[in-house]
Design a protein around this ligand. Structure first.
Ligand code: GLA
Ligand code: CA
Length: 695
């Protein structure tokens, strides 16, 4: 590893590998240059899907001694065997990098977000950085699939322990874990599933976090029905739409505790939807979860502390109830500080994803005494500039905004923009060296479905871009350097485009500033609207933007996860084109094609066909400049050396973020390496809504 890391450092620090200049003739579309070689350091160890976990009863179960002594023997908790389901989820030892672990210690996260509240199903963020991923357990799980060969890939069972398809493929029967409990001891069953589906996914007044869990994400006309306490049945219009098993993973099918949520929902109470959403603020401690740890302490702008869930339903092969780690911290800071603290050893884990921090982090991690390991993965992080394509009212634009939407829908305009982007300069402004690559848009080059020859790339060519703007009718009529609308539009004023940007990340802001400068050379005036996380997301999901800069989400890195977000296949699936006020999508012809391709992909059973469809997707999306790709690069996982069971080569982002791919409930720290970080030693979560943990 050291060698490869040194290569990274040398390249990153000084030499600045030169990339052959792009010599394609002006304005001729071509394929993008081959990305600079960057050796992924952590080589993934591929395994079979069934080697990871199973569901079965074991002869006996164990828990930390202090739990038995302080809680079971004092009658505060039932014995561990009665807290576990009939057949717990068992992680197989053969898939554990360092084998069965020991109890103790803490994982110290640092995050840049802030919690809005615990009502995940009603769309509240908990601050990201892996909090919600750890609290929410979902029907299926996909994060660990990075270690499975593509042909063997199917989501792992989780809350749904098994499933079978009807002969005609239209019905899917799912069996839930039987006898599992929420962290407060309340039974988990099909009622939790049905509440999530009927009163959160289907109810148009509620949109679960991420905005992706709209009914159409599970296919149009899909029906879900309770059969009995531990069985639910899906009915699909298509036959064998196995793709939806991915939609049932994080973030789209992770039910909350209906025994707390239902009494607050407007259908069953006098609450408004807003009151429902806000019924569980961050101060509401001990919110019941199915995840491994429960929030027991919250100090605003300081920390969220979680303690082990005494009802967690997963064990190792020796019957040790998981998690091994007693406590989780989320220090409320900034995303950049997460990198700094992880390399310094005052934090435990970071997704090194902001290239501005690469060089300093690499330098420190290379030192013999470095407390954390740092390993780069494939080039899976990418950024796009997205234009709002709705001309029928999504986000309620004023006349200026409407005029911009019309421009966005003009193919020549989009080509002018993409040709005015100097991607080499953008990448170099983030970090010098072989990290960043030219990214025209569409799937990033690190995905298994990527095919470079299917990418249509319009090389940087400012003069041709200017020509295209003129062709569209945009000229600088008042000589101030910025093009104006034609006389009949917006009184012939300067064209001004507002660019929505996330304030929490230096990379997002650097890219935005780069775009402002490059567009100025084209003669286009761009105004940055930088907002903090939730405000930025709210503006995005409600359509209040002309353009925005977005770090790619999972569909462009995994293709099979959140596939519906690759095109407007439903009123709310696309990131930049959602339905207007009338609930309709005003798709352009090439978008219809994209939607067709994605719908075929979602229901195709044939791998070769799926590969061919993705080539077509890539071609159609890039040729028509569906998005303006900006840059792509690899990220690195930074994790403290004291943790065992970290899977080799864990990418920071693929089917899900690394916080889930490392399988936190299975991580452990050897007794002699354990830190004294627990803030609530020997304590367990208290009653929902009550203050703090109990001991
Ligand atoms: C934020 C961070 C990512 C990752 C996710 C997890 O987006 O930037 O690195 O931690 O949260 O949801
Ligand atoms: Ca002007």
């Amino acid at each position: 590893m050291t060698n490869l890391r040194e290569i990274g450092i040398r390249a990153g620090l000084a030499l600045g590998v030169s990339i052959a200049a792009v010599n394609a003739a002006a304005s001729e579309p071509t394929t993008p240059p081959v990305p600079p070689q960057f050796p992924a350091e952590g080589k993934i160890k591929y395994v079979t899907r069934d080697s990871i976990l199973e569901f079965k009863a074991l002869p006996e179960y164990r828990e930390p001694d202090w739990v038995t002594k302080n809680f079971v023997e004092t009658g505060k908790l039932p014995p561990v065997k009665d807290r576990l389901p009939k057949e717990p989820l068992v992680f197989k030892t053969e898939n554990m990098p360092d084998g069965i672990g020991v109890y103790g210690d803490t994982m110290r996260h640092v995050i840049g977000g802030r919690p809005e509240g615990w009502n995940y199903g009603a769309g509240q963020t908990q601050g990201w950085g892996g909090i919600d991923i750890g609290l929410s357990e979902c029907l299926t799980r996909t994060a660990p699939l990075f270690q499975i060969e593509a042909k063997d890939t199917e989501p792992l069972p989780n809350l749904a322990k098994s499933w079978e398809w009807s002969e005609d493929g239209h019905k899917l029967t799912m069996h839930l874990i039987e006898g599992a409990k929420w962290s407060d001891g309340d039974p988990f069953d099909a009622d939790d599933i049905m509440f999530y589906w009927e009163d959160e996914v289907i109810d148009p007044n509620v949109s679960p976090l991420g905005g992706g869990a709209s009914p159409e994400a599970f296919g149009e006309g899909t029906v879900l029905k309770k059969i009995d306490a531990y069985t639910v049945e899906w009915t699909f219009k298509e036959a064998f739409p196995k793709q939806y098993l991915y939609t049932m993973a994080y973030p789209n099918f992770c039910p909350g505790p209906s025994h707390l949520l239902k009494p607050q929902h407007p259908k069953y109470s006098k609450n408004t939807y807003n009151q429902f959403k806000n019924a569980f603020p961050p101060e509401f401690l001990n919110m019941p979860v199915m995840g491994g740890w429960v929030p027991v302490e919250y100090r605003s702008d300081d920390i969220i502390v979680m303690r082990r869930n005494p009802y967690y339903w997963k064990v190792d092969e020796e019957g040790n109830q998981l998690p091994y780690l007693n406590e989780l911290h989320y220090k409320l800071s900034t995303w950049a500080d997460r990198d700094v603290q992880a390399v310094a050893g005052s934090g435990d884990i970071s997704n090194l994803e902001q290239p501005e921090n690469f060089v300093a982090s690499l330098k420190r991690a290379a030192e013999e005494t470095a407390p954390a390991r740092l390993a780069f993965g494939p080039r899976l992080i990418g950024y796009n500039l997205r234009m709002n394509f709705s001309a029928n009212g999504w986000g309620d634009p004023d006349p200026r905004g409407q005029a911009i939407r019309e421009l966005n829908r003009n193919e020549d305009f989009r080509k002018a923009i993409t040709m005015a982007v100097d991607r080499k300069a953008l990448g170099d402004s983030l970090v010098k060296g072989p990290f960043t690559a030219i990214y025209p848009g569409g799937l990033v080059s690190g995905t298994s479905f990527y095919d470079r020859n299917s990418v249509v790339y319009y090389p940087h060519d400012l003069e041709s871009a200017k020509g295209l703007l003129e062709k569209v009718g945009l000229k600088d009529t008042d000589g101030d350097g910025f093009v104006n609308f034609p006389a009949g539009t917006e009184g012939g004023k300067n064209v001004e485009i507002v660019l929505l940007v996330n304030n929490g990340y230096s990379t997002d802001k650097s890219l935005a500033e780069g775009i402002v400068g490059q567009m100025e050379k084209l003669g286009l005036k761009i105004i940055i609207n930088a907002l903090d996380g939730p405000k930025r997301d709210d503006a995005h999901y409600s359509g209040r933007f002309d353009w925005l800069i977005q770090r790619n989400t999972t569909e462009l890195a995994s293709v099979v996860q959140s596939t519906e977000q690759l095109a407007p296949v439903g009123p709310r699936t696309s990131w930049h084109h959602r339905a207007g006020k009338d609930g309709k999508l005003d798709l352009m012809p090439y978008e219809e094609e994209l939607a067709d391709i994605i719908n075929k992909f979602r229901t195709s059973q044939d791998n070769d066909e799926r590969v061919a469809l993705m080539k077509q997707y890539q071609k159609t999306a890039t040729e028509n400049v569906d998005t303006v790709g900006l840059t792509e690069y690899p990220g690195a996982l930074i994790i403290n050396k004291r943790f065992s069971n970290v899977p080799q080569g864990t990418p920071i982002f693929m089917f899900n973020w690394a916080e889930d791919s490392v399988i936190r409930e299975r991580l452990w720290v050897a007794a002699d390496k354990q830190g004294k970080y627990e803030l609530f030693p020997e304590q367990l979560p208290g009653k929902p809504g009550e203050n703090g943990p109990i001991n």
